[in-house]
Unconditional design. Structure first.
Ligand code: ZN
Ligand code: ZN
Lengths: 113, 197
């Protein structure tokens, strides 16, 4: 289990959400004009990222809205989320994949003491 | 309690919790608020025509801050999403409200749906209300993070609920009709550690 940030409702327990797979995969505009290979790529081929992954979530049990988020696939820590149509935020290059916002940094530091 | 319908002569109405006595424990009481009117309203709050039309009926601006709510007389309006609100009224008062909203919003994109009989509402009241609700609710209900008037959908163990803090230690929890008995039983069991000897 981990925390997910809804762009509207804020940081909440993951169990309130449903996962929607990798984000920013555009449906081919003319499915009839493309090869089986291209259609297969659209349906099945994913980046299978180790590290920061852009993905879709829906806040099923609360506001019910879809959004995108960046999650570290090794640590399951979410960096941030963003609304559909917005550009993805950029985590710092040296992000450890463990701490996200300042709130959680404080929590993590408190836990170490 | 089952009772006579005010709308349909000769018809008896009840909720899934009719016939259950309130749960009383040391520091927490659970009762049902049966037969509240419940309406789901959807529309574009950023559209001045929509906002003005709704205000002309409710007498107040729709809450647009996430998790916020407001009261106007006997009506409670909850933010549900950026384009969706939940409205609670007294029993059967939702019928007039829906008529008024549809009239005021004529020609404006909206959705007004009576969901009164899709849910019921439980009131969890008392100094131990947070301790009891924490046994199944994943939202942090501590006073530092969940303030009076706040409201949100969330999970309660296997159920989906909508919860609001009505007043200091008074929570109102809306639950789907078919899940009401599950939630009631869960809360009754959870309150046993504080049951009077
Ligand atoms: Zn949300
Ligand atoms: Zn954080």
């Amino acid at each position: 289990m981990f925390l997910v940030k809804c762009p509207w409702c804020g940081w909440r327990d993951q169990t309130e959400f449903s996962y929607g797979g990798e984000a920013h995969i555009a449906r081919p505009l003319e499915p009839g004009q493309i090869s089986d290979q291209e259609w297969g790529d659209y349906i099945y081929t994913r980046t299978n990222t180790k590290g920061i992954h852009a993905e879709r979530w829906v806040h099923t049990q609360a506001c019910g809205r879809w959004f995108n988020a960046l999650r570290h696939t090794v640590t399951d820590v979410m960096w941030d989320s963003y609304k559909m149509g917005e550009d993805a935020p950029t985590p710092p290059k040296d992000w450890d994949g463990l701490t996200c916002c300042d709130d959680h940094k404080k929590l993590a530091e408190g836990a170490k003491k | 309690m089952a009772k006579a319908s005010s709308l349909y002569p000769g018809v008896t109405i009840e909720t899934p919790l009719s016939g259950k006595d309130p749960i009383q424990a040391d520091g927490v009481t659970i009762t049902e608020l049966p037969f509240l009117g419940k309406v789901t309203l959807r529309g574009n709050a950023a559209d001045p025509a929509f906002a003005a039309a709704v205000k002309s009926v409710l007498g107040a601006d729709l809450p647009t801050q996430p998790l916020s709510s407001l009261r106007v007389g006997n009506i409670r309006v909850f933010w549900k999403a950026f384009d969706e609100w939940l409205i609670w009224t007294n029993e059967d008062a939702q019928i007039q409200l829906i008529t008024d909203l549809n009239a005021a919003l004529s020609g404006i994109r909206k959705s007004v749906v009576d969901v009164s009989d899709y849910y019921t509402v439980l009131r969890v009241d008392g100094a131990r209300s947070r301790d009891l609700l924490a046994k199944g609710c994943v939202v942090d209900l501590h006073p530092r993070s969940f303030k009076p008037g706040q409201a949100t959908g969330t999970g309660f163990h296997h159920a989906t609920i909508f919860i609001t803090l009505a007043d200091a230690d008074t929570f109102d929890v809306m639950i789907r009709w078919s899940f009401a008995d599950y939630l009631w039983a869960y809360l009754a069991d959870g309150a046993r550690e504080w049951a009077p000897a």
